[in-house]
Design a protein around this ligand. Sequence first.
Ligand code: PLP
Length: 400
Amino acid sequence: MIKVNMSSPDLNDDDRKAVMEVLNTPNLSMGRRIIAFEDAFRELTGLKHAIGVNSGTAGLHLCVRAAGIEAGDLVVTTPFSFISSTNVFLFEKAIPIFVDVDRKTGNIDPELIELAVEDLMLGAEKAARWMPGHLPPHAWDNKGSLKALLPVDVFGQPADYDAILPIAHRYGLKVIEDSCEALGAEYKGRQAGTLGDYGVFAFYPNKQITTGEGGMIVTDDDEAASMMNALRNQGRAPGDTWLDHTHMGYNYRLDELSAAMGVTQMARLDSLLNKRQKVADWYAKHLSGIDEVVPPMLVSSTTRVSWFVYVIRVDEKINRDSLAKILAAKGIPVRPYFSPIHLQPYMRNMFGYQIGDYPVTEYLGNVSLAIPFSGVMTEEQVVYVCQSIKEALSNRNVMN
Ligand SMILES: Cc1ncc(COP(=O)(O)O)c(C=O)c1O
């Protein structure tokens, strides 16, 4: 048996040295490392502002606040995502309206956004066109207004912004781009995170770069950036002293140890992404010929994918969960990915969602399996995972 991790950070001596250097100073927060880390993002994206925060979720939440989204307001987003892209609206008692996703990429379907936006503008009775089955009752009680779209760049592949942005412009909606999984990806040559009004990246240890925990917002909007800067720092506006708080804010600051690691990793972002690309290429090679497995699908607008996870689809004849158990017994951790947001217990309770509401999301949720992936995997490990999948599929117990 070969040991394989679900994911691993790709750290080196530069990162360790950078963290140790911070430990030899008295400045563990709000020092020069966070500024250098933010500079690296301004440089990558070409945008005016980069605001470091202590998680991707915190970054998304600050976008929600800066966009002026309040209790009862509506936003259109995707149920095929990591949970926090929806939770950040619920934090403000705003109402996420889901639309289904593209079958190939898992990214939000722009045609469905258009239908949803038109119908939300027109009124409740029209909503059946885009929301099969039922309506979220709260949506019509609160009478807020439709404020924003939140597309997610799923698994490191950007959503279809040339279709999404004109809808936002036509209806005066803000676009919050959740690029938490897509640092360094490109959409038709443009950097992920730069396509909406605000973009957010995340740095949990399974991400393309890691700071332990951490996130970064990028934007060209001066007013929003100044609000986000204040809100991440307990609501202190420029000129406020430590105990003055112009706004109701949060402690979403990124500490200097984390930022120091961020700086050294951003300096080798390309090489980190290339290593992940090499592992993805090995997977494509060694999975080819396994009929029951479909590798990740890339579309032509993705001029650079930023591999975050490697998610295969398993033929519907196969019992995905039995396959996962067999692999786990061989020391290979795998994970269904994503588990649809609308079917999480608290979402069903709050909004009355049911199985069948978002068929493509549910299909992807049922057949997708994230297999071990990181930039430090060896080809030997990749071969072991692929051979184990092949062997497991020949076991009659995995048939549905
Ligand atoms: C799509 C997406 N959005 C948001 C987040 C939240 O980031 P964090 O875990 O840093 O809060 C993640 C992280 O996994 C993510 O994948």
